[in-house]
Design a protein around this ligand. Structure first.
Ligand SMILES: [Zn+2]
Length: 90
């Protein structure tokens, strides 16, 4: 079934063909803490640009923002986890 409203690339107006997400994991602690970034959509041309060219500034900033959000969320969660652990031990 074809959708009437195809998804659009996050960086240009072409139809998206790929969804991309970053997973940030903290190593060396158990249970493993990891956070998946929000998904953003790329067309074939943009995903080729970001994987082959360092000058794909617009795509790179999308990727960096998604990564930053995931990292921030992970840091916030581990901070609040240790805060609640401290409260329990009081
Ligand atoms: Zn694109």
């Amino acid at each position: 079934m074809r959708t009437a409203n195809p998804k659009r690339c996050s960086c240009c107006s072409r139809a998206a063909q790929y969804s991309v997400a970053c997973i940030v994991s903290v190593l060396g602690i158990s249970p493993r803490q990891q956070k998946c970034s929000r998904v953003f959509l790329l067309c074939a041309q943009c995903i080729r640009e970001v994987s082959t060219s360092a000058s794909a500034a617009e795509v790179s900033s999308e990727l960096r923002n998604a990564l930053k959000d995931a990292y921030t969320a992970l840091n916030c969660r581990s901070a609040s986890d240790s805060a609640s652990l401290n409260k329990k031990s009081e």
